[in-house]
Design a protein around this ligand. Sequence first.
Ligand SMILES: [Zn+2]
Length: 163
Amino acid sequence: MIGNPKLREKSSDITEFGGELQTIIQDLNDSLTSLQETKKIGRALAAPQIGHMKNVIYYGLPNNPFVMVNPKITWKSDDKFWVWDSCFSFDVAFFVEILRHKQINVEYFNDKGELIEKKFSDDLSELVQHETDHLHGVLATDHLTDVKKIMLRQEWERMMASL
Ligand SMILES: [Zn+2]
């Protein structure tokens, strides 16, 4: 959780696509499923959030779960957009409104060790930026440019319901 110094450390690359990686992926899958059930929100989890200081991200998207190993953002659009962002490491107790790049290109390996290059836009772009930040010890709150742009989850839900 935010305040834990581990969340501020840089994680290291996976060098072997074997048993250790599969264990991390299984842990991420189990933890994300459990968090989604209890918190009723959330799309992904980065390995350092559950104590594995490795560059692995698990995306638990409905019908399309996937894994990113050793992701590198190779291009970011100049075009940015405002997003309300939260995090399981904040216990999803509050949201912050921050700027993210509208599009990014990412190079990463899948769970089988195949190199993939892919462009992400909008919702997925901001999600991938959030998760890759975790691998560098960066949290969504670090992107706050206006300290007034913090909202408790209850207020955020009220705002979203009124849109
Ligand atoms: Zn997070």
